[in-house]
Design a protein around this ligand. Structure first.
Ligand SMILES: [Zn+2]
Length: 209
């Protein structure tokens, strides 16, 4: 089984590079829905080919795919399809391979991770993997902190009951496993104080800030 998976990965390196190239050469800043949709369409096709049942979740503006397995709790794989780069960036500096180095908008963050994830799923599928069910969630507005979707609500709902979760953002060059990620949150705070003039009666003022 393990050998079959590794053999598949070795035999399909060219296909993985092609997929990576296609993803990088399609601009997909979160604000450019058309581009994000094109990436989602391509990724969806790959997920189906890997044996997944893919659907679009409008609430979270995300692609969700489920892969059958045994009766245990599923393992969740996470990623995002958007990049921080504006429309036109892929034309300016397209996917380029120079030796062991690949460049292009989002090549690292995180279209490389998405290509690895999809290739791993296809390798498992071809090797007849039948362990835990797998679930994939790929959001489309990670780089803008999910501003404009309810991805945070969707993620909490969809992740419930999963045994473990692997975020497929690229790690470090030394191949170490990243075991924590920072996040962002937007919140409102109401602060109450006592108004006073800074010059006339400063001692009567109270500020909790
Ligand atoms: Zn990222």
């Amino acid at each position: 089984m393990k050998e079959d998976v590794f053999a598949y990965i070795d035999d399909h390196k060219a296909q993985m590079m092609d997929l990576w190239q296609d993803l990088v050469n399609q601009d997909s800043p979160a604000s450019y829905r058309e581009g994000v949709d094109l990436v989602a369409k391509r990724v969806s096709k790959e997920l189906e080919e890997a044996g997944g049942d893919a659907r679009w979740d409008e609430e979270g503006k995300a692609l969700i795919a489920e892969f059958p397995g045994d009766s245990r709790a599923p393992v969740l794989l996470l990623g995002h399809m958007d990049t921080v780069f504006p429309v036109g960036e892929a034309a300016r500096r397209p996917f380029t391979v120079e030796g062991n180095r690949v460049t292009g908008p989002g090549a690292l963050d995180m279209k490389g991770g998405v290509a690895v994830m999809l290739s791993a799923l296809k390798a498992l599928h071809s090797a007849g993997f039948s362990g835990r069910p797998l679930k994939v969630i790929l959001v489309s507005d990670e780089e803008i902190a999910h501003n404009g979707s309810k991805a945070t609500v969707m993620l909490q709902r969809e992740a419930r009951g999963c045994a473990a979760c692997f975020n497929c953002e690229t790690g470090y060059e030394d191949d170490s496993l990243v075991i924590g990620r920072k996040g962002g949150v937007v919140f409102k705070a109401a602060v109450h104080g006592i108004a006073a003039h800074a010059g006339n009666n400063p001692r009567q003022g109270r500020s909790a800030i």
